[in-house]
Design a protein around this ligand. Structure first.
Ligand SMILES: CC(C)(COP(=O)(O)OP(=O)(O)OC[C@H]1O[C@@H](n2cnc3c(N)ncnc32)[C@H](O)[C@@H]1OP(=O)(O)O)[C@@H](O)C(=O)NCCC(=O)NCCS
Length: 191
């Protein structure tokens, strides 16, 4: 892999960019303090704006590492910061990146996360040289599985009682896309 860090990526509707301190209020109002968004996440709602401010500073500090991939999602139409997508785990020996994401409930159902994830997948395969991109979700959170499916991640299995989130211990679905799958998929889309 050739690490490039969190560089700005763009799609039709979105800007994926580094966090800045001014993002705290939007982040807090849109997702970091939401019971609904965090239902199947491993962290609880932030509770106060200061917790989000501290979290964003932690993210900003992380950008000094070239292998850090942590984007905030800006909706171009209104300039609002509406969610995030990041590499939550890198396995260097097998060129594997695991992705996590969340989005303000107000923006659900518009294909926004598939658009963001699709751009991140292209970047990781084409520019960073990743070979495998994986993601996992709780069996009770199929919405997240749909995003993965739309982006070409295949179902690989369900690990029983292998995950813990705000709902407790649960079964975890593993999905992944390989660079070779992506090449075939991109080829068929171009034809
Ligand atoms: C998972 C998530 C990122 C989906 O993003 P999105 O941009 O809404 O994705 P899509 O528009 O493609 O919708 C995905 C599925 O969610 C469901 N969905 C969409 N809008 C919905 C809404 N308003 N209410 C309930 N479900 C909805 C649909 O099943 C949809 O699939 P479909 O298009 O085949 O009908 C978003 O729901 C989210 O942030 N959830 C909370 C955080 C989370 O669970 N992160 C992943 C942890 S593994």
């Amino acid at each position: 892999m050739k690490h490039l860090g969190t560089i700005t990526l763009e799609t039709e509707r979105l800007l994926l960019r580094r966090y800045v301190p001014d993002d705290a209020e939007d982040a807090f109002n849109n997702w970091t303090n939401s019971e609904t968004v965090t239902k199947y996440l491993i962290w609880p709602p932030h509770g106060t704006l200061d917790v989000t401010r501290g979290y964003i500073q932690y993210c900003i500090d992380g950008y000094k590492n070239a292998d850090n991939y942590n984007w905030v999602i800006e909706y171009k139409e209104n300039g609002q910061v509406i969610g995030s997508i990041s590499v939550v785990r890198l396995e260097e020996e097998i060129d594997c990146a695991e992705i996590g994401y969340c989005l303000s409930e107000k923006y659900w159902g518009r294909g926004i996360m598939p658009e963001a994830f699709g751009r991140v997948i292209a970047f990781l395969f084409r520019e960073v040289g990743v070979n495998r991109i994986q993601a996992t979700h709780d069996t009770n959170n199929p919405k997240s599985g749909r995003v993965m499916e739309k982006c070409g991640l295949q179902y690989e299995g369900t690990l029983r009682q292998a995950g813990k989130n705000n709902q407790g211990i649960g079964d975890k679905v593993v999905r992944a896309i390989l660079r070779e799958d992506y090449d075939i998929r991109s080829g068929s889309e171009e034809r």
